[in-house]
Design a protein around this ligand. Structure first.
Ligand SMILES: Cc1cc2nc3c(=O)[nH]c(=O)nc-3n(C[C@H](O)[C@H](O)[C@H](O)COP(=O)(O)OP(=O)(O)OC[C@H]3O[C@@H](n4cnc5c(N)ncnc54)[C@H](O)[C@@H]3O)c2cc1C
Length: 465
């Protein structure tokens, strides 16, 4: 790494999970020292840890997220595979049930990495920590920001030892429960508008032990009625996914329910919950496996957007990334990918900044938010669209309840049906849902006209059993 490009002294990153580690990789070429602080302890092997309780639940890594991780941390995929992750064909290996029925199965170049969340995070941190000027410090609780003259100048730490750290840049990657508004308020800044959308989804997850040489005909089984609607009115918005992860005969299982219809913690009750979805293939799979580990529950699935990008009253040399900025309902599997794409944009922004020869970081936060807000808005609209249609959804802006205006799924249902009629088109559609491809082609007037002209026929492909 060239010392020439390291024109700034220190960047402090709060949070050493997915967003923080990827931001460290992005910033490393431009700072003498990259210091990543986390109040939790980091395990020395891929294990569940207290600072990331969501690690007990299944984490889908979208293809775009994997690519961005490979770009920021070359060798990421190889290390994942060496440590036991599975590389699956997104259509041939995955048996997927949605409102159109079972998805077509054929070989494609579109592949996924399947692994547990602890392994994904472990490999990212391991590779980021191997960069010469990146240091991870565990057990360090950041409790506030230092500021001067319109800019953040460092962080305040809890405890009796060194209680302040100065930095040229502070990046907040402290996750879904970030205290950023309080920290900024203490420096005299007004709060950015905060929107919450809560459709009361709940998770129940565990790791399964599957029979030796088990060949059920898939390596991942997913029932995602939430993608385009529900399978039956009684089982509205219940969902399930199970797939191979690293470890001997180990698979992860996650069961989801919305509108306060939370999946239970007991094995038999959980099986009954899945059976109510009305697809015997799901229950058959669960009959074949053992449940050796405890079932973990999760209910904090609120979409939360703090509009830092649109809020002018904020300091220089500070921005939030990942869940600390926008936390999406995890049911749609976008959080890690959004964090990775944000970090990749940060790397591009810093490269351009360095090339311009400017010796100050002034304006960096503005440009970072400006370049990433389209991605965040896209993830926000796709993860809230269905939530708006669910009974009992609560929407607030700055704590004030909002009237909910649910959009119709009629067009998106037919769009999915149209895409499924042709293999190339279907792969293109899946690439779009994996954030590999912009969705502009789906808004092309030719596509829209074709759907309108075949409205009734396409509508008949949408199954409401
Ligand atoms: C149940 C569930 C399922 C999910 N499923 C998926 C999925 O399928 N696919 C997907 O892409 N995403 C999923 N997500 C989202 C995903 O977990 C996050 O988007 C992703 O981890 C990025 O988070 P992050 O790095 O911003 O924050 P986190 O991973 O939450 O990490 C925050 C870090 O900051 C540290 N920290 C917090 N406060 C402080 C402080 N004051 N000082 C120092 N350190 C601090 C914490 O210890 C932690 O290490 C899911 C989330 C949940 C809740």
């Amino acid at each position: 790494m060239s010392v020439f490009t390291q024109r700034f002294d220190r960047v402090v990153i709060v949070g050493g999970s997915i967003a923080g580690s990827l931001a460290a990789a992005a910033a490393a070429p431009y700072f003498r020292e990259v210091l990543v602080l986390d109040r939790d302890q980091f395990p020395t092997t891929p294990q569940q840890r207290n600072g990331v309780p969501q690690g007990a639940h299944f984490h889908a890594l979208l293809a775009a997220g994997r690519n961005a991780m490979d770009e920021l941390l070359p060798g990421f995929s190889e290390q994942m595979l060496e440590m036991g992750a599975a590389d699956l064909d997104s259509t041939a290996d995955v048996m997927r049930l949605d409102r159109l029925g079972w998805s077509p199965r054929f070989e494609t170049p579109l592949h996924f990495l399947m692994a547990s969340r602890p392994l994904i995070e472990f490999v990212i941190r391991d590779r980021a920590g191997a960069i010469d000027n990146v240091t991870f410090r565990a057990g360090v609780d950041v409790v506030g920001l230092l500021g001067d003259n319109g800019a953040v100048t460092g962080v305040r730490l809890a405890g009796d030892g060194v209680d302040e750290l100065v930095a040229d840049l502070v990046i907040d990657a402290s996750g879904r429960r970030a205290k950023t508004p309080e920290w900024l308020a203490a420096l005299g800044y007004s709060a950015a508008p905060e929107t919450l959308v809560n459709a009361h989804w709940g998770y129940a997850s565990t790791f399964l032990r599957v029979p030796e040489n088990w060949e059920p005909g898939f390596k991942a089984l997913a029932c995602v009625p939430f993608g385009e609607g529900a399978l039956t009115p009684e089982s509205a918005q219940r969902a399930m996914a199970m797939w191979v992860v690293e470890g001997e005969r180990r698979w992860v299982l996650t069961v989801q329910g919305s509108a306060g219809d939370y999946p239970p913690r007991q094995v038999d009750e959980l099986k009954a919950f899945v059976a109510s979805i009305g697809a015997p293939e799901l229950s058959d799979a669960l009959q074949a496996v053992e449940f050796p580990e405890k079932i973990a529950l999760w209910r904090d699935t609120t979409n939360r957007l703090r509009d830092f990008a649109g809020h002018g009253d904020r300091p220089e040399n500070f921005f939030s990334i990942g869940d600390a900025w926008a936390a999406f309902n995890p049911v749609y599997g976008q959080g890690m990918t959004s964090a990775a794409l944000q970090a990749r944009t940060l790397a591009q922004e810093l490269a351009e900044h360095a090339a311009s020869g400017v010796d100050s970081l002034k304006g960096l936060a503005d440009r970072f938010y400006g370049r990433t807000s389209e991605l965040v808005s896209f993830c926000w609209s796709s993860s809230t669209a269905l939530d708006y249609r669910l009974p009992g959804v609560e929407v607030t802006v700055d704590g004030e309840p909002q009237e909910v205006q649910a959009g119709s799924a009629d067009f998106s249902d037919r769009l999915a049906a149209w895409a499924s009629l042709d293999r190339d088109r279907y792969v293109k559609y899946r690439e779009t849902t994996q954030l590999l491809r912009s969705n502009e082609w789906l808004q092309d007037p030719v596509v829209v006209d074709e759907i309108k002209q075949n409205w009734d026929e396409l509508g008949q492909l949408v199954k409401v059993r």
